[in-house]
Ligand binder design. Structure first.
Ligand SMILES: *Cc1c(COP(=O)(O)O)cnc(C)c1O
Length: 347
């Protein structure tokens, strides 16, 4: 076979295996669907669209709305069906991809698929940001920094991000702060970092906005950076039906704050309960999931699955031996998880 580029041989698939379970806490999804009145309104708008017509070339109307809502210039907004696609576009465009280890696996996967040179810097003990090492190796290219961080749930401090933004400016690189979990940490670093053309922000509708199945995310960047990313993406990339849902959601964004408030409270409750576990140890989290260290991740995973609770193993990542990740779901789902967790303790 000589059709494809040799670097794609041996590219590992994205690390996700879909399994069925009554309590599904493995994908950091919102436990709530879109509120029914909004869903109905989105369906009405979809029905009114001419399905034979292409949507706007770069979602101009929605970018205008987002721009007004966020106070960000519309030329600096890129909308796509999922921020994962924006990560791929950035990795395709990048001279080099800089990453943390461990981190959100799609950065490494996108860089490898794109054939872009890739480097990763290990987190410090206790999941701290390795600032000194990063300042040294960040000599250009695109640095993907999830904040709050996945898969640890850590929130990196402002001063560190500021130093990295300055470094990006110095070397002409781009710091991409992936804020997929920002509604659960209540943080917004735009004011701090947004003045620099060397910083961009990735956001998604998949988490607090409860639209994982709809596929939508956006980049906030300097207009020139945004322009370059739009040029890498295919035209008409945001489907009309996704656009119809986003229209309704941007007119009624309040529900996402309620989702986030529920998740924050439930996360803290489950965290405190897990602190009483004799052998499992939860890490503090600023996201909609908890990272839990156990003596044996495979055993924990299998035990939970036998009790109908699906979580995500993380023990194949560096520094995460024995770890799994559990999404904050509905109250009764978390009770099922805790019941199963404490059965392990006394087995
Ligand atoms: C969930 C998540 C995303 C969202 O990706 P979409 O393609 O928008 O669903 C992006 N970055 C991180 C770190 C995530 O955890």
């Amino acid at each position: 076979m000589r059709a494809f580029k040799p670097h794609l041989r041996g590219l590992a698939p994205y690390p996700y295996a879909s399994l069925e379970a009554p309590v599904k806490l493995d994908q950091n999804e919102s436990p709530f669907d879109l509120p029914p009145p909004l869903k109905e309104e989105a369906l009405r708008r979809m029905a009114r669209l001419p399905w034979n017509r292409y949507p706007e070339i770069h979602a101009e109307g929605l970018r205008k709305r987002l721009s007004a809502l966020l106070g960000w210039p519309e030329e600096g907004v890129v909308l796509a069906p999922g921020s994962n696609l924006l990560i791929l576009a950035l990795a395709l465009a990048a001279e080099e991809v800089l990453d943390l280890s461990p981190s959100f696996p799609h950065y490494a996967h996108a860089a490898r698929a794109a054939g872009t040179p890739y480097r990763a810097v290990p987190l410090l003990e206790g999941f701290g940001l390795p600032l000194e090492a990063l300042l040294e190796v960040f000599t250009g290219g695109v640095f993907f920094l999830p904040n709050p961080h996945a898969p640890t749930g850590t929130l990196f401090p402002e001063e560190a991000l500021k130093a990295l933004a300055e470094r990006a400016e110095e070397v002409g690189g781009l710091l991409v702060v992936d804020e997929a979990y920002r509604e659960f940490s209540g943080t917004d670093f735009r004011a701090l970092l947004g003045a620099s053309p060397h910083v961009a922000f990735l956001r998604t509708f998949s988490k607090a906005f409860s639209l994982g199945g709809i596929r939508a995310g956006y980049l906030l960047a300097h207009p020139e950076v945004a322009q370059a990313v739009r040029e890498v993406l295919p035209p008409f990339v945001l489907p009309a039906h996704t656009g119809a849902v986003l229209e309704v959601v941007l007119e009624n964004p309040g529900y996402a704050e309620e989702v986030a408030a529920y998740v924050r409270a439930e996360r803290e409750r489950v965290y405190r309960r897990l602190l009483e576990h004799p052998t499992w140890r939860p890490y503090p989290s600023h996201t909609n999931f908890l990272l839990v260290r156990t003596p044996d991740a495979e055993e924990a995973f299998r035990h939970l699955l036998r009790q109908g609770v699906l979580v995500r193993r993380q023990d194949r990542y560096p520094m995460l031996q024995g770890c799994f990740r559990v999404t904050v779901g509905l109250r009764e789902e978390m009770e099922a998880f805790l019941r199963a967790a404490f059965e392990v303790a006394y087995a």
